[in-house]
Design a protein around this ligand. Structure first.
Ligand SMILES: O=c1ccn([C@@H]2O[C@H](COP(=O)(O)OP(=O)(O)O[C@H]3O[C@H](CO)[C@@H](O)[C@H](O)[C@H]3O)[C@@H](O)[C@H]2O)c(=O)[nH]1
Length: 380
């Protein structure tokens, strides 16, 4: 028991084959590459395109407020708050851009981990984002104006085109990490309206044994209909074996799947709330479907997303760890009950759902940004 959670280490390879690929495609008689859209955290893509005289844009898959924090990194170094490795140089809270609350260096992205490899990867991520921002005049973001108005006013050149929802993806296969178990949709059809708790923690979160057992008992104590995604790798074999008894105990009102069609699940009328790690996609999907969030951030931007949901938008509540570093079963039960009883949260999140839908409808801010972007590319 008590094994430390695994923190995924991300690496950002240089686009070594991109130059070759562009040369190959553009020397053929087929259609040529004349514009590139790249994730800014993947270093060097836009620089390679630029070498060939090809324009490019970045697409940022997290929030605009978090992007602003990345873009602010060089200013924190200049101001002497941190050094180039992100280490704190002053023992004081730093003033951050726009409406981000003042923060200590430890709460910054690169401060969350003691693991030097993870920290190094996150610094590379930040450096890549800043380099890409210098190369392109077009930055797209999966957000919408009304979700983060102060940041959009501060960065008028960043075009938000969200919410981009997985259920709206074109083509097959849909690029899912795991096969979707869509039997949960027909199961949801048989559940009462707004009664089911949906719990899912994205593509890479892991739980140690102690935490997983607390979560399992917490979900059982809540004693409501439950749909829970237990992804391969979410926890270890010992915990998976303990799921068998749990499944039997909740058989009347619960379902566990390996991977759900999440966007469709969140749009289902039987969903009452979403226990989430606050990855930005999950956050956007939940809010765009008017579902209150119970925020359980784990790493990276997830803490910022949880702050935004709970303190700024006020459409969710968060769980905190106790002195042993655990979110306890009794807290899980209490917070779910508190969330479900909060009419203010429910009415605010339903309003946000309407706003999110308008923003991608004709004339909405994200819809206009997509049109503007296409027109700009065409005329460039
Ligand atoms: O059963 C499931 C569970 C999840 N999903 C989908 O998987 C995606 C998960 O994305 P996200 O919520 O953003 O979580 P992560 O996979 O953890 O995302 C990483 O990337 C995000 C965007 O940059 C960051 O915000 C996160 O912190 C980082 O962990 C979403 O589209 C979900 O709909 C499913 O389709 N089925």
């Amino acid at each position: 028991m008590g094994k430390q959670p695994y923190i995924p280490v991300v690496s950002f390879p240089e686009p070594v084959h991109l130059e070759e690929l562009i040369m190959k495609v553009n020397s053929s008689n087929d259609e040529k590459i004349d514009f590139v859209v790249a994730d800014p955290s993947v270093g060097g893509v836009l620089e390679v395109a630029e070498k060939f005289g090809i324009n490019g844009a970045t697409f940022w898959a997290a929030s605009l407020s978090f992007l602003s924090l990345m873009l602010h990194f060089p200013k924190l170094v200049e101001a002497g708050n941190i050094n180039e490795n992100g280490d704190p140089l002053k023992d004081e809270k730093m003033k951050l851009p726009v409406s981000l609350p003042a923060m200590s260096t430890i709460d910054l992205l690169w401060g969350f981990s003691d693991d030097p490899i993870t920290k190094k990867a996150m610094l590379a991520f930040t450096a890549n984002v800043n380099k890409a921002a210098k190369v392109t005049k077009w930055m797209l973001c999966n957000s919408f104006y009304e979700l983060e108005p102060a940041f959009h006013d501060h960065y008028p050149n960043i075009l938000s085109v969200g919410p981009l929802l997985a259920s709206e993806r074109l083509g097959h296969p849909k690029g899912q990490l795991y096969p979707e178990d869509s039997t949960c949709l027909s199961w949801l059809d048989h559940q009462p309206v707004q009664l089911v708790i949906y719990a899912a923690f994205g593509s890479s979160t892991t739980f140690n044994q102690s935490q997983f057992i607390e979560l399992l008992h917490g979900l059982e104590l809540v004693d409501r209909s439950l749909l829970w995604v237990v992804r391969p790798g979410l926890t270890d074999e010992f915990c998976i074996s303990s799921l068998e008894g749990f499944k039997n105990r909740i058989a009347q009102h619960g379902k566990i799947v390996h991977w759900a069609p999440q966007s469709k699940v969140l749009a289902h009328p039987s969903i009452a709330c979403f226990i989430t790690h606050c990855g930005w996609n999950s956050t956007m999907e939940g809010l765009s479907q008017g579902v209150p969030l119970l925020c359980w951030p784990y790493v990276y931007d997830q803490f910022h997303n949880a702050n935004h949901v709970c303190d700024i938008l006020k459409v969710g509540l968060r769980v905190n760890k106790d002195e042993n570093g655990l979110v306890t079963r009794s807290l899980i039960k209490m917070k779910v009950q508190e969330l479900l009883a909060d009419e203010g949260i429910r009415s605010r999140v339903i309003k946000l759902k309407d706003v999110a839908q308008k923003t991608i409808s004709e004339g909405g801010s994200s819809s206009k940004n997509v049109e503007d972007f296409i027109n700009k590319i065409k005329s460039s």
